[in-house]
Write a protein that binds this ligand. Structure first.
Ligand code: NAD
Length: 257
């Protein structure tokens, strides 16, 4: 796969899936723009190390994906956007009646609205370049639900809907929009859920992983960030030119249940 000369912007990419996707796109030859809301030396060093490892141009741009103007500024500052990966996301687990309103607002803003703002800023650049790929990192929770994750499930279903609309609005152009729906991938976001889940179900952390977290993942194994990155690279390939407006599950059989 040769993405040489293409610029990919990956939101929320100093960790986890976003970093894995950025690395796989860079391995395929794309120049990458990493992002998060921090502005530490390590963030810039991470970009530099990816650039050196894969021989591509790589930079880091700070932008808080909970703020519409910063979402749009990220795309503008990057100066080019052939591939947009809307990945930034957070989680909070709580019953609806106790769900903190500020957590609901933050999850809707970061996990869903940021994809809208970044897509709105990126589409004109893709149209100008005559080629584009929007890859939204949704979730198995964009297709099905679990208790205690109201904001996350609502946001991810919203991302799947936005993906379909983006695909329809670009259907007759060389631009595609698709969503990847991972099941459980072992990243900091998931690791943070293990102690909460163990406490909620009064289990050890190991039991919480096997019996609760991976309960609905028939493979009984986590997906890897490299597999999510590889799926993104496939969606950027010419084999995927006619794949648009759809979801690709990478979930060990979860949504087949
Ligand atoms: P993670 O916590 O490792 O990474 C989240 C990334 O988003 C980090 O780089 C973080 O800095 C960034 N981020 C958080 N808030 C931000 C903000 N306000 N502005 C900019 N960046 C921000 O989590 P992850 O598991 O890699 O999750 C990445 C995406 O994948 C999320 O959208 C998540 O919902 C989705 N996902 C994860 C899993 C999983 O099992 N890990 C499964 C399905 C979907």
């Amino acid at each position: 796969m040769d993405l040489k000369g293409k610029t990919a912007i990956i939101t929320g990419s100093n960790s986890g899936i976003g970093l894995g996707v950025a690395r796989e796109l860079a391995r395929a030859g794309a120049n990458v723009v990493l992002n998060s809301f921090t502005d530490n030396d390590e963030d810039h060093e991470l970009a530099q190390s990816i650039g050196g490892e894969f021989g591509v141009s790589a930079s880091y741009i700070k932008a808080d994906m909970s703020k519409p103007e910063e979402c749009r500024a990220l795309i503008e500052k990057a100066g080019a956007c052939d591939i947009l990966v809307n990945n930034a996301g957070i989680q909070h687990v709580s019953p609806i009646e106790e769900f903190p309103v500020e957590k609901w607002d933050a999850i809707i803003a970061i996990n869903m609205s940021s994809a809208f703002h970044c897509t709105a800023a990126a589409l004109p650049m893709m149209r100008k370049a005559g080629w584009g790929r929007v890859v939204n990192i949704a979730s198995a929770h964009g297709l099905t639900a679990s208790p205690y994750k109201s904001a996350y499930v609502a946001a991810k279903h919203g991302v799947v809907g936005l993906t379909k609309v983006t695909a329809l609005e670009t259907a007759q152009e060389p631009i595609t929009a698709n969503a990847i729906c991972p099941g459980y991938v072992k990243t900091p976001l998931v690791e943070a859920q293990i102690p909460d889940t163990a406490e909620k179900y009064d289990m050890t952390e190991e039991e919480a992983v096997q019996k609760v977290i991976l309960e609905r993942q028939p493979s009984k194994d986590f997906a890897t960030v490299e597999q999510i990155g590889g799926t993104a690279v496939f969606l950027c390939s010419s084999a995927a030119d006619q794949i648009t407006g759809t979801t690709i599950s990478v979930d060990g059989g979860w949504t087949a249940l």
